[in-house]
Design a protein around this ligand. Sequence first.
Ligand code: SF4
Ligand code: SF4
Ligand code: SF4
Length: 169
Amino acid sequence: MSDGVNLSRRHLLRGHLKAAAPAVQLPWSLPWPEFVADCSRCGDCLSACPEQIIIKGDGGFPALDLGLGECSFCGDCASACQEPLFRPRDQRPWDYIAQITEGCLANGQVYCQRCQDSCEARAIRFIPVLGRVPTPSVDADLCTGCGACVGDCPVGSIKVASPAHKEHE
Ligand code: SF4
Ligand code: SF4
Ligand code: SF4
């Protein structure tokens, strides 16, 4: 039997077909269809996370809420999980990067550089423009997607997502 058929059978048996993928999955976790096929929703990852940023998402499956804090990439969620749901931790945890959306105060000519101060990786830069408030840009090579900037933005204008979902350059 192929992996695809096995996956479909497990979906049907567990009734997980309607669980929507969260905006931010756990670091190192498998692609969503594989994750929901084997996640028992035991909650061990939630209690293991020292940052307390793992929440119960759609269908009771774990998701990250980076508005609650940043991911330190400690790996405790993956270590706590009894199921084969996580990739080896010597790999990149994910391809997420920070994305700054339209609501950024700088777009309305309001001075703010709080996100730059939040970022230990120094991935957020402000380029001075004559006569205008500088706007932030994210260096995709430096950004780890940790989310420290997400909760620190006073107007909630930063999200973390895969580059394919990027809304604004
Ligand atoms: S890697 Fe650590 S901080 Fe990040 S979600 Fe997992 S347990 Fe929480
Ligand atoms: S913290 Fe938010 S509002 Fe302030 S510059 Fe950064 S993205 Fe814009
Ligand atoms: S997600 Fe983390 S590394 Fe990326 S810009 Fe925000 S604070 Fe910096």
